[in-house]
Design a protein around this ligand. Structure first.
Ligand code: SDX
Length: 429
C-alpha cells in the first residue's frame, strides 16, 4: 500500500502521494497541489525541495555518503580514474574494453580547438577572469558545432560529450598560457587525459614540463572528486537551461557561470585567499574563530559548511589525505596546510560550528593540493569546472531523455505592490 500525505487547507483535506527512492528517501509529490487546492509551496533556496528524480549520484548528508551510480566515492577514488569515472557518471556503467578504447580515441580526436576558436583568446585581456573566458569559450562551441544541437542519436551525444570533456582542458590551458603571455602548448600524443592537461598548462619551448606521476595522480583525483554532486547550484542551472531544449554546450556554459560564485565553486579560491591572509597577518586561530562568530564581521570560514553534508564531506577526507601525500612525495611543506588543520581542529571543538553542523567541505583542502601542483590561484575554480563536466553532461542528458521532459518553471509568491496607476508608480521629485 503506497504511503500518502494529508494536508488540510481552508478546512478541506487533500491527500498527496508519497514518492520513495531506492535509498528510501521520501518525498511528498505536490505536482497536483495547485490544481486541487490553488495553493503552491514555498521553500527559499530549495533546501527541502526535490526538483527531479535522478539515478546519477546519491548523497546521504547525515552519513557522509557520496556514490556515483551506486559506487562509493572512496572506492572510485582508489580504483578508478577521472575519465573512467566520467564514463560511469554519464552512461551509468563502467566501460568495457571496447567502450573505453572508443572513448579514449574520441577524447584524443577532439582535444584540439578549431584555429578560429584559438584566435578568440586574443580578444580577451590577459587579466580576464578565467571563469569568464571558460564560460565564453564553451558557449562559443555552440558556434563551431551547430550540427550537435540535436543529440537524439547516441553517436551525436557521444561526439558532443567527447568534445566537451576533451576541449575543456584545452580551453583552460590555452587561456592560462594567454594570460601569462606564453605560447600555447598543444596536446601531445600518447598522454592520458590529465597528463595532457598538465602538459598543456606547464610545458614551454624553453622549459619542457616533466610529468610527475604523483602530481598527475593528485590532479586526476581532484577532477574525479568533483565529477558530480546531485542537484548543486551549477548542475541545477545546467538542468534548468537544458529543460528549455537549449543545446548541451550553452547549457554547460550556464553551469560554469553558476559554479563561479564564492559560495559554490569559487570557494576553493576563497579558502586559499583566506588562509594566505591569516598567514600574512599572523592571525591566531582564536582570532579567526572569534571573527567567524562575530556576525557583524560578515566573515565566513570558507570551505566550511554544506547545504547537504551535516557530519562530514567524504571528499574533504580524501583530499586532506591527498594533501599530506602529495606534499610529502614532492618533499614540500605548506604552512597553509598547517593553518587549515589547526582551523579544522579548533572549529570542530567549538559550539558555534557544532551546533550549525559546519564541517570542512570539498573546497577546504582542495586549494592546497592545487597549489602544490602549481595551479595558479585564479584557475582553481576552472579546475572544479573541468572536474564537474561529467556531472553537468549526465544531468543534461537526464533532462533530455526524460519521457515527461517539461521546461523547468518554478512559481513564486508575489509580495510586490498591488495594482496602482501609471502616475502613482512615478517617484515624486
Ligand atoms: C560547494 O551543493 C553542493 O553540493 C556544492 C558542492 C558541489 O560539489 O557542487 O559541494 C561544492 O559549493 C561546497 C560549498 C562551498 N562553499 C563554501 O565553502 C562557502 C562557505 N560556506 C557557506 O557559505 C555555506 O555553508 C554554504 C553556502 C555552503 C551552505 O549554506 P546554507 O546551507 O545556505 O547555510 P546558511 O548560509 O543558511 O548558514 C546556516 C548558518 C548561518 O548561521 P545562523 O544565521 O544560523 O547564525 O550557518 C552559518 C550561517 O551564518 N554558516 C557559516 C558558514 N556556513 C554557514 N558560518 C561561518 N562560516 C561558514 N562557512
Amino acid at each position: 500500500m503506497s504511503q500518502t500525505a494529508k494536508i488540510i487547507l481552508d478546512g478541506k483535506e487533500y491527500e498527496l502521494p508519497v514518492i520513495v527512492g531506492t535509498e528510501n528517501e521520501k518525498a511528498v509529490d505536490i505536482s497536483q497541489l495547485r490544481s486541487q487546492s490553488g495553493y503552491i509551496t514555498y521553500d527559499d533556496g530549495y533546501g527541502n525541495t526535490g526538483s527531479c528524480k535522478s539515478d546519477i549520484t546519491f548523497i546521504d548528508g547525515e552519513k557522509g555518503i557520496l556514490r556515483y551510480r551506486g559506487v562509493d566515492i572512496a572506492e572510485i577514488a582508489e580504483k578508478s580514474s577521472f575519465l573512467e569515472a566520467a564514463y560511469l557518471i554519464i552512461w551509468g556503467h563502467l566501460p568495457n574494453k571496447a567502450e573505453r578504447q572508443e572513448f579514449d580515441d574520441l577524447i584524443q580526436q577532439h582535444e584540439m580547438l578549431h584555429e578560429n576558436m584559438k584566435h578568440q583568446f586574443q580578444g580577451f585581456p590577459p587579466q580576464a577572469a578565467p571563469m569568464a573566458v571558460l564560460s565564453a569559450m564553451i558557449n562559443s562551441m555552440s558556434c563551431f558545432h551547430s550540427h550537435l544541437y540535436d543529440l537524439d542519436e547516441p553517436h551525436k551525444f557521444l561526439e558532443a560529450t567527447a568534445k566537451l570533456l576533451a576541449k575543456v582542458r584545452t580551453i583552460a590551458a590555452f587561456s592560462y598560457k594567454h594570460s601569462i603571455g606564453e605560447p600555447i602548448s598543444y596536446p601531445a600524443p600518447g598522454l592520458s587525459y590529465t597528463e595532457n592537461f598538465l602538459h598543456m598548462m606547464f610545458d614551454a619551448p624553453n622549459h619542457p614540463y616533466t610529468l610527475d606521476p604523483e602530481v598527475v595522480r593528485a590532479m586526476d583525483l581532484m577532477f574525479l572528486l568533483h565529477a558530480d554532486h546531485e542537484q548543486n547550484c551549477s548542475t541545477s542551472t545546467v538542468r534548468m537551461v537544458g529543460s528549455s531544449q537549449a543545446n548541451l554546450f550553452t547549457s554547460v556554459a550556464a553551469g560554469v557561470s553558476g559554479l563561479w560564485g564564492r559560495l559554490h565553486g569559487g570557494a576553493n579560491q576563497a579558502v586559499l585567499e583566506m588562509l594566505e591572509g591569516i598567514h600574512k597577518r599572523g592571525d591566531s586561530i582564536e582570532t579567526v574563530i572569534a571573527k567567524v562568530k562575530d556576525k557583524d564581521s560578515k566573515f565566513r570560514l570558507m570551505g566550511f559548511g554544506h547545504r547537504v553534508y551535516k557530519n562530514f564531506d567524504p571528499r574533504a577526507k580524501i583530499i586532506k589525505k591527498a594533501c599530506d601525500d602529495v606534499l610529502k612525495k614532492l618533499g614540500r611543506k605548506d604552512p597553509l596546510l598547517d593553518i587549515a588543520k589547526e582551523l579544522e581542529q579548533a572549529a570542530l571543538a567549538d559550539d558555534y560550528f557544532v551546533e550549525r553542523k559546519l564541517y570542512p567541505n570539498v573546497d577546504f583542502y582542495s586549494g592546497i593540493v592545487m597549489r602544490a601542483i602549481g595551479i595558479p590561484l585564479n584557475m582553481f575554480t576552472v579546475m572544479f569546472a573541468i572536474g564537474r563536466m561529467p556531472g553537468w553532461i549526465a544531468n543534461w542528458k537526464e533532462v533530455h531523455d526524460s519521457p515527461s521532459q517539461r521546461i523547468y518553471r518554478p512559481r513564486q509568491v508575489y509580495v510586490g505592490p498591488v495594482q496602482r496607476s501609471y502616475e502613482d508608480a512615478r517617484k515624486q521629485d
